[in-house]
Design a protein around this ligand. Sequence first.
Ligand SMILES: [Zn+2]
Ligand SMILES: [Zn+2]
Length: 272
Amino acid sequence: MTFSPAIPPGTSVDNARLCEIFQCSPQGGMRRSTRTGTLVLVSNHVEAIYNDRWLGDVLHYTGMGLAGDQSLAFMQNKTLSESPSSDVDLHLFEVNTPRAYTYVGRVRLHASPYQEVQPDSDGVPRNVWVFPLRVVDGQVPVLPASEIDQQEAKAQKVARRLSDLEIREKATRGRSQPGQRQALGVRFERDAFVAENAKRRAKGLCELCGGEAPFSRADGDPYLETHHVVWLAQGGSDTVDNTVALCPNCHRKMHVLNLEADIATLRAKTKP
Ligand SMILES: [Zn+2]
Ligand SMILES: [Zn+2]
């Protein structure tokens, strides 16, 4: 039995509309609806503590249960694990921005569920069940690369606040395979002559710290990186007066801190 939802894959709806379409409960990551014969699965990358991850068109989806070891016999974990031999219809939504549920499409259990260790809501390691779900009728949402970077930066910020012990525990119990998903990226085309002009002006010395390039290229040219004082991503121009040559350390520093004092130093270097 298959249910045809009123929205095509790729559509984002709010929770109320999702419930209206699928006639399901407004709560939880797994929502069974006997009225539409569906099990709606929500993969929430914003609020959830679960480590759901994509590998191609298969989502490794964490089961139900916030605390303690998860059980395959528990509620919708059971429905999902028995789905290959039942007539329940599986539909997947993904949340990447608060309150926006993007319909991925119809999925099916692609392989047997397996166990792994993930922290529970209190950060205590426990066994969870992971369900490999393949998209059979729909599409994996393609996120802007910047959004994936943001999710990663948020996780890194959380990690920096944990104790050494907590970090060691989580680092060694983590997933062994990295997730991978397609991303939408925008690349700026940089003017090679503008970049070379900055390097010539620098004469092998970093225009921020004044230090020598840390090494030379195979052809003997000192290795420096070009940087835009006003970042291209923020509307900066790819011109001589906005481009400087930096050692790799100072380049990182500008992207991590972007201090006003450093910006002023660089501006002075680009004055004609
Ligand atoms: Zn430097
Ligand atoms: Zn840069």
